[in-house]
Design a protein around this ligand. Sequence first.
Ligand code: NAD
Length: 247
Amino acid sequence: LLNLDADVAIVTGAAAGIGRAIAMTLAEAGAAVVVTDLKPEGAIEVADAIVAKGGRAIGIECNVTDEAHLARAVEQAVSQFGKLTILVNNAGGGGPKPFDMPMKDFRWAYELNVFALFRLMQLAAPHMEQAGGGAILNISSMSGENKNQRMASYGSSKAAVNHLTRNAAFDLGPKNIRVNAIAPGAIKTDALQSVLTPEIEAAMLKHTPLGRLGRPSDIANAALFLCSPAAAWISGQVLTVSGGGVQ
Ligand code: NAD
């Protein structure tokens, strides 16, 4: 049930961190993967690593805030591998910002986390319908539920991702397309490591029953499940993957 031999996936922001782990894991399960990233050389490096392990992948540049890049990613999946059945909207960010941020920073969080993700779902859906169905996975954040200082832009945009996921599940369900999200807790990626002090890590661990921060593979394993036939009757859900942590 976790076999993806018949699938073709697009993963955004897949040159590093969580996206890279998801691309590698889906490929190990048999999917052909269009590895996309803002940084083309990073995407190509990940695709080469998949091919070196006997998998199927291509790496291409895709800035998710550029509609033409999104269209090209979908076109590449279909032209190179014949169809599109899995989309992982992983690229995202924006980070903590002071409440008096310039409006351009607030808009940017929505451009990157919400508008780009929605547009790629729109572009992918007709191809998934043509393939007989598919699975969309949006990478959200626990900030989409939790409230905190400096999270007005990032947190509310991830809340929009959660509700968009639930609504899209209704629009796309009749086409046999499932739409789910993962809300990761703190995952030790390069992005997090750069701001992680021992004090911050200790504070995070206080709220984490399983006693360690997350690894990209923790998210990738959940992603594999949600994109696979094992999750055939799961849609419109936001799965928190956080070592039991709630904050
Ligand atoms: P990361 O910084 O480690 O990697 C992000 C990748 O996305 C990089 O390869 C980068 O080049 C690429 N990228 C950046 N902007 C892009 C754009 N406009 N178009 C395409 N690609 C772009 O990040 P990460 O920590 O792996 O985060 C991945 C996702 O997980 C994000 O949506 C983030 O909000 C979410 N998330 C991360 C954590 C965490 O603790 N790391 C927690 C909750 C949610």
